[in-house]
Each structure stands twice: as structure tokens, then as C-alpha cells.
Design a binder for this molecule. Sequence first.
Ligand SMILES: O=C(CO)[C@@H](O)[C@@H](O)COP(=O)(O)O
Length: 250
Amino acid sequence: MNGYGPTIEVAIARVRADVARLHGELTRYGLVVWTGGNVSGRVPGADLFVIKPSGVSYDDLAPENMILCDLDGNVIPGTPGMERNPSSDTAAHAYVYRHMPEVGGVVHTHSPYAVAWAARGEEIPCVTTAMADEFGGPIPVGPFAIIGDDSIGRGIVETLRGHRSRAVLMQNHGPFTIGASAKDAVKAAVMLEDVARTAHLAREAGEPIAISQRDIDALYERYQNVYGQAVDARRPAGGAPPPQNRAAST
Ligand SMILES: O=C(CO)[C@@H](O)[C@@H](O)COP(=O)(O)O
């Protein structure tokens, strides 16, 4: 125990388990090679987040070797995993948590199609309904930034604040995604790579047809508020409107 009290300790244990497990999704969906990506999750009710150790094989990640940090990115002394260096992107994740209180999870990968758009510094145009659903428009490009300090975090926040997209392509580097939870940010990373690939393939074969802003808005609204089940971590308490009211919004 570190003096956080039982409720926070339970929350820390849950986030440690989630963050360790979610790295398996990065490999499952082919978003990383070797150790080239990271997931973090905010601890609900505390100014803390959990992130993976730097450069450690995903096969060796476990709840007890995840690293607990404060929102300045400092490792909390005396906690499990503290003997290792945290992810090289810890300062970036910390900056996002400090400046975007609604964010509960941050993910970075080197997923190849998204990185290819980032390497060209080109935003991904919104040319499929799946992209309008999930991201509500194009995927923006963030500035070139050096790894290790606040610069990446600043670029993420400046690009995504007030933007519908939960994904940013940091120029010459790759995607960072945010979400209501670590799982939600991982979902955004998976969906991002899918839309980066389809937009790339479409453009290779010709000129993709643009979707009007009006249709993008309608698709986004439906997917965010009606699609799936009423209980969804990303929706406000109460969830989606009941089925009988859905017809009006579809
Ligand atoms: O993008 C980079 C380096 O280019 C890093 O995020 C990536 O290799 C993952 O680093 P960590 O193992 O999280 O320190």
C-alpha cells in the first residue's frame, strides 16, 4: 500500500491489468513491431496514470511491471515496476492527461499505413462512412516533435483540442490516439490503421469521392449516439436514446 486508500488502490490495480493486457491488442491488430508502441491509462479519481516500461517485450508485460506515474510523468517511488525506465513517451502521455481532463487513455503505435501518411505530413481525408462514424472528419497532422520531452504532448493537445478526431498523425513519427479509457484509445488506434489503409488503397486506384460535411455530421452523430448498445463508456450517463426514439436520429 502507498497511502492512496483502498478505493484508489483498487483503481490502480484495475488500470495496471488493463494497460498490460491491452498491449496484446497492438500486436493482434498488427499495429506495432518489436516494442514500437505504448498504451497508458489514467487512474480514475487520482492524479495518476499507468504506462508500460520502455523497450520491454510485450510478452513480458504484466500488471506488476506496469509503471505508476504522476501527471508530470514522474514515477511514483515505492510502487511495483518503478525499478525500470518508463516508456520514452511518458512525458507526452502526461502532458495529454494534464491538459485534457476528459482523456482516460493514450496510445502510440507505428502502424504502417498511418505512419506512411504521417511521413508525408498529409492528413487522411474523410472518404468512407467508417471514418465519418469513428472520427467525424479527416485525421489531422500534428507538428514534427522530438521524442522525450513535452513537445509531442503539446503537439497532440494543440491538434486534437476541439477536434472530433481522437487520432493525430505526428509528422514523420506516427499516430497518437486518445480515448475515454485505455481500451477506447486502443480502439481508436485500430480503427485509425484501418481507415489509413483503405484511404491509401482507394487513392492508389483513383481519386476517392469526398463525403459532404452534412453527411459526415449525420454519420458521426448516429454512430456516436445511436450505434451499438445504450451502455457505452464514451457516452454520458444514461447512454444512447432508447430504441423508440432512435428512428428520428437515423
Ligand atoms: O516512437 C518511439 C520511438 O521512435 C517510441 O514511442 C517507441 O519505440 C516505443 O518506445 P517505448 O518502448 O514505449 O519507450
